[in-house]
Ligand binder design. Structure first.
Ligand SMILES: *Cc1c(COP(=O)(O)O)cnc(C)c1O
Length: 441
């Protein structure tokens, strides 16, 4: 049995969510015969969980390619690609605030940190996925997708994006020597993300329409032209993002939290992290699966509404929120995400833009920082505690999905133009002026 583990390249096939049929990894396809998404399947019963865990622990701190990556460290459960097909920057190895070996936040009134105090809980850690190479968790999925693209011999890769996927695709395509084409809603992505994408050399195509229209177009393009689809419809995006669950458990000595809280846009991340925890549980590596709480922005909350009516009638929405990374009105991974919420006894809620900005102020003020979409996590924890859904002593891990520099416009709005604790001021270049400033408190 353990021989399979040492073989590293564990065989995988694709299974259609719609028709239940199996498909090979090549040629790449977007959907099954019934229009359903494709998921990676492997025979977990042929693997020994304890051997896998020991293998992954032995790779911690490795400098050997590709094990330095916080995705490919778990290679057996990511993809059966050869070393020279793997495109890794490397990604992952992100901090868990305020984890072992870290300072606690000053002014902390409970056992956790300033964020825990804000949310009214005692045990909260934040996994900062904004610490990835292009500053969002999208890199974890992109290393999977672009390695699949290389496996397929693709020359051009494309995606639709609210900004972070495009920055990530642009960087990975550049590393792989591929051409990248990104479709974004015109005028709707932050200048930081647009700048990153252009800088990495991708062709940006701004469309007159929203994210959902851009995704429709890129699906059509990749069905009819020799262009590889790099959105989270690609099954290896999901496999790569699963590593967030693996890394959280490994950082916590293979103990899963009670709650896993994250923002929800297209819902690929809910699906992926859920799949990751379920696989570890099936392998006997962890002894519980956390309850999932997916948090949406009120103006882009079709999944939260669907949850509220018992997953009965689903209605897409014309999305509007200042959290641009989750400004999505018709999430493509909603069926998979629904299964994760149901399987983990999870919940889905929506929080207002004001609540998101308020939570962002706390995260930024703690010296951690994140982009607006990421702050929905903390706003959601606070709301779920207020509703009594999350107990005060619950062991919670939240995901911060993107870096504070991703959205300088929003950050400036709340910290400079808005009600910042200390808005920037202009003074004369004298010692006396600085003294006056300090004595004002
Ligand atoms: C993509 C993204 C999300 C949403 O993730 P989904 O998988 O689409 O639900 C949230 N926050 C940030 C910063 C993102 O880039």
């Amino acid at each position: 049995m353990t021989a399979t583990v040492n073989a590293v390249r564990v065989p995988a096939t694709l299974r259609g969510d719609g028709d239940g049929q199996d498909y090979p990894l090549l040629p790449p396809r977007n959907t099954d015969s019934a229009g359903g998404l494709l998921s990676v399947r492997r025979d977990l019963s042929a693997l020994d969980g304890q051997t896998l865990k020991a293998t992954w622990d032995a790779r911690l701190g490795s400098r050997e390619f590709p094990y330095r990556s916080g995705v490919w460290r778990y290679r057996e459960l990511i993809a059966p690609f050869a070393d020279d097909e793997i495109v890794s920057i490397p990604e992952g190895n992100t901090n868990l605030y305020c984890g072992e070996g870290m300072n606690r936040c000053p002014g902390c009134r409970v056992t956790g940190c300033a964020l825990a105090a804000y949310a009214g809980v005692e045990r909260l850690a934040m996994k900062h996925e904004g610490e990835n190479p292009t500053a969002s968790f999208k890199d974890r999925g992109m290393t999977g997708a672009i390695s699949h693209a290389r496996h397929a011999g693709a020359k051009v890769a494309a995606c639709a994006s609210t900004g972070n996927t495009s920055a990530s695709l642009a960087a990975y395509a550049a590393r792989a020597g591929m051409r990248a084409l990104v479709f974004v809603p015109d005028g709707k992505i932050t200048s930081g993300k647009l700048g990153q994408t252009v800088a990495y050399g991708a062709q940006v195509v701004q469309i007159r329409g929203d994210f959902d229209a851009a995704l429709g177009l890129v699906q059509e393009v990749t069905e009819s032209l020799p262009v590889f689809l790099a959105n989270n419809i690609n099954p290896f995006r999901i496999e790569g993002q699963k590593a967030i669950a693996f890394e959280i458990c490994q950082q916590r000595g293979w103990v899963a939290p009670e709650w896993l809280v994250l923002p929800g846009g297209n819902l690929g991340n809910t699906s992926a992290i859920g799949k990751g925890f379920l696989e570890l549980y099936e392998l006997g590596i962890i002894d519980r699966v956390p309850r999932f709480a997916t948090v949406q922005a009120a103006g882009a909350s079709p999944f939260a509404r669907w949850f509220e009516n018992g997953f009965d009638t689903y209605e897409p929405q014309q999305a509007e929120t200042l959290a641009s990374a989750i400004r999505i009105g018709n999430p493509v991974s909603r069926h998979r995400a629904r299964k994760i919420i149901q399987r983990t006894d999870g919940v889905v809620i929506a929080v207002t833009d004001e609540a998101i900005l308020d939570a962002k102020r706390v995260i930024d003020g703690a010296g951690i920082g994140c982009e607006p979409a990421s702050a929905t996590t903390l706003a959601g924890i606070r709301e779920l505690r207020a509703r009594g859904v999350i107990a005060p002593g619950a062991d919670i891990v939240g995901i911060l999905t993107g870096h504070v520099l991703k959205d300088a416009e929003a950050t400036a709005r709340i910290h400079i133009e808005g009600s910042a604790a200390r808005p920037p001021i202009v003074i004369e270049p004298t010692l006396a002026a600085v003294q006056r400033l300090l004595s004002a408190g």
